[in-house]
Ligand binder design. Structure first.
Ligand code: NDP
Length: 447
């Protein structure tokens, strides 16, 4: 059978088995497309059900999460944990609390996580979880009761050698605290390696909070160096204003760039003179406010309700909010306005049309599974510190993060070149991530 037919058969099976999960189909389709050149060169990877096994999670857990709101009413949410692949190490991947969460979203994120975690070079498998719980507008006590109920079920499926969740959209340091407290209470053990993103006094790692945003910028800087350019003096647009976005902005500005716009789901703020990251952190992390409040307080900043952040001209675009937030028209607008580099801080923020347009034009495009791997890599460094009951300095941990991002870049670039696809970091990331997992799966038998 030729490679196109083989891949089409694999994909049809995924569509049949996972009906109604468009984000999962999208993530699988992108990886399978990249694998065609691998299967043509090395047919062994098309045998022993390898690709079918890779697309089927090892385990999927769906559970009820009942909790009581501040009015005494019972609320019921749905919880998920998809344990996708543990061939390289314990399942590792964040928890997302957002009303849009469903099984397909968690499966797309878990699938991406397998390759991302493989690219870090660290011994971690791929998983993801979350709930359709909406933290917006909830009191702190409601968040705590929800987290406790969620962990009451999740705790029996995780463990430092089994599955190690972390944060994602809607799950930050506060939520990890409530989740860890409940895990400890249920199990009567201070098993610090069971969750990452913990507080610094109880097993957390310096740099973990900053790691995804910083890592995305380190990858961007490395990609720019490859073309004799740097972030110094560059104009950068960042979407989102959560954990990943804030620290991407901070690092980009530390490296001499000006962040000229950022956003949240209510609209975007243009900031021609740069962003006051400390003010933004105070508004978003402490007051849990909206980006419009930033524009009210910062000189020269303007809020555009429901506006499209990709309208703002820039040299570098860093989508750091959510999946499919940058479509084909946005991609055309960015390129027309002079953007030359795009690095995904979020998971799958660019639609397939946008990715295709970037790859066809002269844009250097870094896919999320490579560019945002710094978060999970630093989570693995947190696990290392927990295992040795040690805590490393900020400088040392940041140095490790920079080294890991640089290695990921080299690995993607080298792999792309091996397949005659110079500078195609999508192909490089998918193939490099895949091969390590695939080789381990072949070595471990039909499981
Ligand atoms: P946060 O919850 O801290 O922030 C999310 C940001 O994205 C908020 O500004 C939010 O705005 C915005 N956003 C969310 N959904 C939408 C939407 N539908 N439309 C527009 N804006 C939206 O999450 P993180 O920063 O942790 O995560 C952001 C992305 O990065 C996600 O794709 C996540 O999977 C990915 N990621 C995160 C990692 C981490 O370490 N945290 C690691 C690797 C990837 P609003 O407040 O208005 O909803």
């Amino acid at each position: 059978m030729n490679v196109d037919d083989l891949v089409s058969d694999f994909y049809q099976l995924v569509l049949r088995r996972n009906a109604g999960e468009p984000e999962f189909h999208q993530a699988v389709s992108e990886v399978l497309e990249s694998l065609k050149i691998v299967l043509a060169k090395d047919p062994e990877y098309g045998e022993k059900g390898l690709v079918q096994r890779l697309c089927e999670p090892e385990r999927q857990i769906i559970f009820r999460v009942p909790w009581v709101d501040d009015q005494g009413q019972v609320q019921v949410n749905r919880g998920f944990r998809v344990q996708f692949n543990s061939v390289l190490g314990p399942y590792k991947g964040g928890l997302r609390f957002h009303p849009s969460v469903n099984l397909g979203i968690i499966k797309f994120l878990g699938f991406e996580q397998i390759f991302k975690n493989s690219l870090t070079g660290l011994p971690i498998g791929g998983g993801k979880g979350g709930s359709d719980f909406d933290p917006k507008g909830k009191s702190e006590l409601e968040i705590m009761r929800f987290c406790q109920s969620f962990m009451t079920e999740l705790n029996r499926h995780i463990g430092e050698y089994t599955d190690v969740p972390a944060g994602d959209i809607g799950v930050g340091g506060r939520e990890i605290g409530f989740l860890f407290g409940q895990y400890r209470r249920l199990n009567n053990r201070h098993e610090s390696g069971v969750l990452t993103g913990k507080g610094l006094t109880w097993g957390g790692s310096l740099v973990r909070t900053e790691a995804t945003g910083y890592g995305t910028v380190y990858f961007t800087q490395r990609m720019m160096e490859e073309h004799g350019e740097s972030l110094s003096g560059a104009k950068v647009v960042v979407s989102g204003s959560g954990n990943v976005a804030i620290y991407a902005m901070q690092k980009a500005q530390q490296l001499g760039a000006t962040v000229v716009a950022f956003s949240d789901s209510s609209g975007y703020v243009s900031t021609p003179g740069g962003v006051d990251v400390e003010l933004l952190r105070e508004i978003k992390e402490v007051r849990r406010g909206r980006v419009g409040e930033y524009a009210e307080q910062a000189e020269g900043a303007e809020f555009h309700a429901k506006g499209n952040v990709w309208e703002v001209a820039c040299d570098v675009a860093l989508p750091c909010a959510t999946q499919n937030e940058l479509n084909g028209d946005d991609a055309k607008m960015l390129v027309a306005n002079g953007c030359k580099y795009v690095a995904e801080g979020a998971n799958m923020p660019s639609t397939p049309e946008a990715v295709e347009y970037f790859r066809k034009s002269s844009i250097n495009f870094a896919p999320g599974k490579a560019a945002n791997a710094g978060g999970v890599a630093t989570s693995a460094l947190e696990m290392q510190q927990n295992a040795t009951r040690d805590s490393w300095s900020f400088e040392y941990t940041d140095e490790r993060l920079q080294g890991i991002m640089s290695n990921i870049f080299e690995n993607c670039a080298k792999t792309a070149a091996t397949y005659d696809r110079e500078h195609d970091y999508v192909v490089g990331a998918n193939i490099a991530g895949f091969k390590k997992v695939a080789n381990a799966m072949l070595a471990q038998g039909i499981i």
